[in-house]
Design a protein around this ligand. Structure first.
Ligand SMILES: [Zn+2]
Ligand SMILES: [Zn+2]
Length: 67
């Protein structure tokens, strides 16, 4: 484990906009700009859970062919 010295005394924690827990680092959703923790979204895709759910629902409805 690496220890990094911070210049400021207090570690400023960010609050996840989805679960409202505090984290040192948060991801920013590329879709809506929400700051989320890695438990509240798909870090690999850069999306918060809301946008993941939205895209999943889009996929389910739109790829269904209706002829
Ligand atoms: Zn969260
Ligand atoms: Zn989002």
């Amino acid at each position: 484990m690496k220890k990094t010295k911070s210049k400021k005394k207090a570690v400023k924690l960010k609050v996840c906009e989805l679960c409202e827990k505090e984290f040192e680092t948060l991801e920013t959703c590329q879709e809506c700009g929400t700051e989320y923790c890695k438990e509240c979204g798909d870090v690999g895709r850069g999306l918060c859970q809301d946008c993941v759910d939205y895209k999943e629902s889009m996929k389910n409805t739109s790829t269904e062919d209706s002829e």
